[in-house]
Design a protein around this ligand. Sequence first.
Ligand code: GUN
Length: 318
Amino acid sequence: MVPCQRWKAESKRTSVVRLTLAPESVMPAQRLDGRTLAARLEGVLAEAIRHGLSVAGRPPGLAVLRVGDDPASGVYVANKEKACARVGLASHGAHLSGDTPQQELEAALRQLNDNAAVDGILVQLPVPDGIDDQALLQVLDPDKDADGLHPLNLGRLVRSEPGPRSCTPAGVMALLKEAQVPLSGARAVVIGRSTLVGQPMALMLQKADATVTVAHSRTRELAELTRQADVLVVAAGRPGLIGAEHVSPGAVVVDVGIHRKAEGGLCGDVRSAEVAEIAAALTPVPGGVGPMTVTMLLVNAVRAWTRRYGLPDPCPGL
Ligand code: GUN
């Protein structure tokens, strides 16, 4: 468990618990290490697969539909396939050219829906211009929707019903839980309102009893708003958007962004060096949210498989 002695409740007089740095702890932020947690969860999933194999007679299968040649998507898909191999899932990759007609893509997804060896399916986003990604997502069998993006699964999230959850926000919630970040009554600000991250993130935080504000590209006086956050989740897709002026002492900052720097290497939406001087905790880029996204994808696929064969949930509480 990630130790987390640095948060303390400043006041219990009201229902809002303000998180501040303990006076003795003016030091760089605690690193919310996604790699370590992801590796541990991979071990749990691998064990669940080993145990379930004799009942199921086959490993869980994850299919990734990739359309076109977006280079970043190529890297993400390769990472997902490597993670499947480490944990013991069978990968069923389908890579179709960027000019494949919508109907053919939908037919390919229906085939995966009907494939008994496939438990989880994901459509790697973004798809090329001219392809309707929302229509593709609607074709997915909701119970095989490894990304939690089918409208039924987004509805299940809104209604707090069980179902696969969007991987990046679910991974963020797992990191916050691991670090024992108190969310009940906390002020959370989510920057970004995408269906993939911002919106499900806001819902998940709200369901954990945080008071959530969603900021976006039209938000005025962003820094004034974000300085009120106990928990700040940045999914803006803008390198270095968030700096010291946006963060109040003791905040927990989660950086969902990942960008390739011109000079080489990766960076997030947060200027990590300066924010680390102020925040109580910060996710690194790389090694924070990214590995958790991949792991939650595996959780969704393995969970679909265990459910199908009446096996125990591999990760209850996640
Ligand atoms: N592209 C970038 N991140 C993701 C993700 O989490 N899921 C899918 N399907 N596509 C992505």
